[in-house]
Design a binder for this molecule. Structure first.
Ligand SMILES: NC(=O)c1ccc[n+]([C@@H]2O[C@H](COP(=O)([O-])OP(=O)(O)OC[C@H]3O[C@@H](n4cnc5c(N)ncnc54)[C@H](O)[C@@H]3O)[C@@H](O)[C@H]2O)c1
Length: 362
């Protein structure tokens, strides 16, 4: 193994603990420092890991020891932090969505291209065994020609459990921009890029009530659509039906299904790395579980960083994240205009991930 990838984290909120845990077990990645606008959060995160320093945000971004800035701030800050890191000559790996708007995301990708640095973006969950085993099944022809897919995410909303859920209800959030990246990245990984969309959306409440933590009971404003549904027309002709909602109490619909001429697949939750892939073949009464055949096993958030060491374009990469954001913005534009919208961007399907444990590579 060569030199480990040196990383600095900006944003030490709820999700940072999962990244810290993953990085701690990846020998290829070394965490150098953490930073947050809230210096106490950075200090607390650094205290948990030997050799990790708590720095100011600008100080971390300028630190010559750090090659990749891991941007775990809220969506509204993603572009600003990414642009600062790029200006300092760093690669950036960003939590999803790549930016709060497509326009901001475009600025990030343009700046990175001009600076000759790379952009990665969550979700890397689709590099896990769940989506990758399903993708391998499709590529191996187990369902025949893919025809259609469904993707369903319905919850009552994240304000029930997140102590600072404000960002879920302003531009950059909502069920589509928050959870859509998992589902649409999984669909694009399996079925390729999207050519056009037809959407519809609604907003049921103008306020939400925080359900946990020190701000429990506080009302926060809602300025985004909270139930978004639509059809994605993939370049291949496959039609994916999407429902993303913070307005439903519960659902028993599978997260994702993919239907082909000769078989149907149940694909596990794309917000997780693992899970069972079920195949029902035409003429079979019962679904059978497919053996795990591809993807990072034992993976956690942050595993997408490994590609910075070897792949020319990170698989959880900026180009795909931009396309996914473009699909989501196009869906909302369609919902508001009542017309089908062509998606201007496209991307390659990222290279498949072979079945292995990234931490065991040494
Ligand atoms: N919470 C989850 O379960 C979860 C899961 C997957 C992905 N994510 C994504 O991770 C990102 C962060 O979510 P979170 O839940 O950790 O949010 P959070 O509000 O808990 O944490 C965000 C942190 O970023 C800091 N921050 C904000 N702007 C900053 C800036 N300009 N410079 C430095 N620090 C700044 C805040 O002080 C805060 O500590 C979001 O993009 C979210 O979509 C969250």
């Amino acid at each position: 193994m060569g030199q480990p990838l040196t990383v600095g984290i900006v944003g030490c909120g709820a999700i940072s603990a999962q990244y810290l845990k993953t990085i701690d077990r990846l020998p290829q990645v070394k965490l150098v420092a953490v930073a947050d606008l809230d210096t106490e959060r950075a200090r607390a995160a650094a205290a948990e890991y030997e050799g990790v320093e708590a720095l100011g945000v600008a100080e971390l971004i300028a630190d010559p020891r750090i090659r990749v800035v891991l941007n775990l701030t809220i969506p509204a800050a993603h572009a600003d932090v990414a642009l600062q890191a790029i200006a300092a000559g760093k690669d950036v790996y960003c939590e999803k969505p790549l930016a709060a708007t497509g326009e901001d995301a475009r600025r990030v990708l343009d700046a990175a291209r001009a600076a000759g640095v790379r952009v990665g973006c969550a979700p890397d969950t689709v590099l896990g065994t769940g989506t990758q085993t399903a993708r391998a099944a499709i590529d191996d022809g187990l369902i025949g020609r893919p025809i259609a897919a469904t993707a369903t995410m319905m919850t009552p909303g994240h304000e029930r459990w997140h102590p600072n859920p404000d960002f879920y209800y302003v531009p950059g959030g909502g069920p589509l921009l928050d959870m859509g990246p998992y589902y649409i990245s999984s669909l694009v990984t399996m079925l390729g890029p999207v050519r056009s969309v037809i959407g519809a959306a609604s907003r049921t409440r103008s306020k939400r009530t925080i359900g946990s933590g020190p701000r429990q009971g506080e009302e926060i404003p809602v300025t985004v659509d909270t139930h978004v549904t639509g059809v994605l027309v993939h370049e291949s002709g496959v039609l994916s039906t999407l429902v993303m909602s913070f307005d439903a109490v519960a659902t028993r619909a599978p997260n994702i299904e993919v239907h082909g001429e000769r078989g149907s697949l149940v694909v596990p939750d794309p917000n997780r790395f693992d899970g069972s892939v079920l195949l029902t073949k035409l003429g079979d009464g019962e679904a059978r579980e497919l053996p795990v055949s591809a993807g990072y096993t034992e993976a956690g958030r942050g595993v997408g960083l490994i590609d910075f060491l070897s792949e020319p374009e990170p698989r959880a990469g900026g180009t795909m994240a931009f396309h996914v954001l473009d699909v989501m913005e196009s869906l909302l534009a369609s919902a508001h205009s009542g017309r089908s919208v062509d998606v201007e961007s496209t991307c390659e399907r990222p290279a498949p991930v072979a079945f292995h444990d990234p931490a065991a590579q040494g």
